[in-house]
Design a binder for this molecule. Sequence first.
Ligand code: GUN
Length: 282
Amino acid sequence: MTAAIIDGKAIAGDIRTELKGEITELADKGVTPGLAVILVGEDQASQTYVRNKDKACAEVGIHSEIYRYPADLSEEELLQKIAELNNDDQIHGILVQLPLPAHLSEDRVIDAISPEKDVDGFHPVNVGKMAIGKEAFYSCTPYGIIKMLERENISLEGKHVVVIGRSNIVGKPAALLSLKESATVTVCHSRTKDLSAMTKQADVVIAAVGKAKFLKKEDFKPGAIIIDVGMNRDENGKLCGDVDFESAKETAGAITPVPGGVGPMTITMLLYNTVQSAKQKA
Ligand code: GUN
């Protein structure tokens, strides 16, 4: 039996359609959700991400403003802009694209964003609320994974979820949100001894490793659900995940492809968080 392929692109499309409906309802109340994106420097990947976020906003009817600054922007100027956006009633979400140039403190910059507009879910207030199981803005990639599983009717209750990766953006929040869904959670990372022994015990593996086709069929229990957060290039320059999809799908219960799995969910959850923020204000 081959695995069910989880179509993240289709699920993201469904959620975006629902958001359009919510945005129409908000328009009746005179509210247009607004997202401000700040991009500092010339990082190529960041430029692409920001362009895609802007396009996605336009598609669903979210007003977006992009602020582009040269790499030598002072921290004072950046904090000043954030303060201005915190006080702007047209803006419901503020996102500072990471990574920032080395002379800028990511911690100070994130701390400066009003938690009520932190649609990335990076502010310590939102991270803290997530950790104690409260409603908050949750980091978009892990939140997208939770929503995707929900739409596929895959419950995490009582399941053993093995997360590989401990970043603040993906691994840690994926673990906390899985715990909130009543999973038993193991967090593995680059120093984990015998990773394969861990993943083989998993009912669900969430892989955020950053190495092309790092996990093979043999690393999973038959029937396991495999969520691949990887965005890598293979030996032919083709986009691929952390999991060797072709082999793993032979025995998995369900698996997300790359591209077309977790990726489309990330920006969708940014739109989702921005709409929720506007609804809270309306
Ligand atoms: N850089 C890479 N991923 C992200 C993200 O989700 N949000 C922001 N702000 N920057 C990123």
